[in-house]
Write a protein that binds this ligand. Structure first.
Ligand code: TA6
Length: 287
């Protein structure tokens, strides 16, 4: 655990023997830095990102809970990304495989948040780094209400990948799927292309996507492989903001549960996992 000199906020740094590393802030439970075994930062963080609680940090991997976007009564993308998480010293055993190099964080319903979202929950987040430098995020959300009421939430790992030039990037694995287009009042369409490419603003939620999606960055000769469990949908976003050149070097692609909110009865726990790796682009998406 270290205090970041520039931001003054507490963060954890995980390092694997072969050189990969990850930085995760208690603020937002947000991963802001991920370097693989070849020593490159693989996530995008905006030059203008402010690390000033309660503003969201623009970049890295934002935990969007209990609401994605502004479709609901809460602030944009829910409050989890704007809260201080704690270290979870003794998490219950993990039912899914992760890695020995990890940190466990927890966020619980606070009296203040119960006023805006009246549901008692425990949200456990494990951030894990594998020996070959893959990054695994596992979320476990439990309804700990003492009454008999279920609650519902939507969720996303809003993941900002660092890319060389958005015009040279394609996303494979989403072709032929239905999607909701946030730029067209969330209307439903079917993807027609053989890959998703970027020529203007894109803000879509692909529905019931397969467990693996790849982001191919031709110029950097790098492919991100995203694997997901428990999260049916995939968010794809690039703002294509002409006033600000930053959009060229970022692409958000993240595992999510949006179309059908998750329902949890008291005592029930939900698990959602996203694993990302970065491999040289000779890699074929069939592997
Ligand atoms: O997932 C895409 C999206 O919901 C967009 O509509 C866009 O607003 C983006 O997330 C970023 O939101 P933020 O609140 O972090 O600026």
């Amino acid at each position: 655990r270290v205090k970041d000199r520039a931001t003054g906020l507490d963060k954890f740094v995980l390092r694997e023997a072969r050189g990969s590393s990850v930085e995760v802030y208690l603020y937002g439970g947000q991963v802001t830095f991920w370097k693989n075994n070849f020593g490159q930062q693989l996530l995008f963080v905006s030059n203008k990102a402010t690390f000033k609680p309660r503003k969201a940090v623009r970049g890295g991997i934002q935990i969007c809970f209990p609401q994605l976007g502004n479709h609901g009564v809460l602030e944009q993308h829910g409050f989890a990304r704007n809260r201080f998480w704690s270290v979870d010293e003794s998490p219950p055993p993990f039912p899914v495989a992760t890695s020995n190099c990890h940190i466990d964080l927890i966020l619980k319903s606070s009296p203040e948040d119960l006023k805006i979202w009246p549901h008692s929950y425990e949200f456990r987040l494990r951030v894990a780094l594998t020996p070959r430098g893959d990054l695994i995020l596992t979320s476990r959300i439990k309804n700990i209400s003492s009454d008999s009421k279920p609650f519902q939430f939507t969720f996303a790992y809003h993941t900002y990948f660092s890319v060389s030039d958005i015009s040279e990037v394609r996303v494979e694995g989403l072709e032929t799927l239905d999607y909701l287009d946030n730029l067209q009042s969330r209307k439903r369409f079917t993807e027609q292309g053989d890959a998703v490419v970027f020529e203007s603003e894109v803000d879509k939620v692909y529905l019931s996507a397969p467990p693996k999606v790849v982001v191919i960055d031709h110029e950097k000769k790098r492919t991100f492989v995203l694997r997901k469990e428990g999260l049916p949908d995939v968010v794809v976003w690039n703002p294509w903001d002409k006033k600000d050149e930053e959009y060229k070097s970022m692409l958000c692609v993240g595992a999510a549960a949006i179309e059908k909110p998750v329902t949890l009865k008291p005592g029930e726990e939900w698990i959602g996992k996203q694993e990302i790796s970065a491999v040289p682009s000779s890699y074929s998406s069939g592997q």
